[in-house]
Ligand binder design. Sequence first.
Ligand SMILES: [Zn+2]
Length: 73
Amino acid sequence: MAQYVLNKNQQPNGDYEVHNQSNGCDWLPAPDSQVPLGTHHTCHSAITEAKQQLPQYARVNGCVHCSPACHTT
Ligand SMILES: [Zn+2]
């Protein structure tokens, strides 16, 4: 299980990125820009959680560095 967080700051391409905090990603957002998503077995369920918590964030994507399996755009 790993702890995942969402970056509240929209990326230049319009995505909101999900990061694996337990992985020590270098691209983690600043603490006040993080939305905790809880612990998940995979980034896929973390992204599902983010979409449920924050339906206004239509485009949620995995960080290419720490969650490449969920990086699609
Ligand atoms: Zn990351």
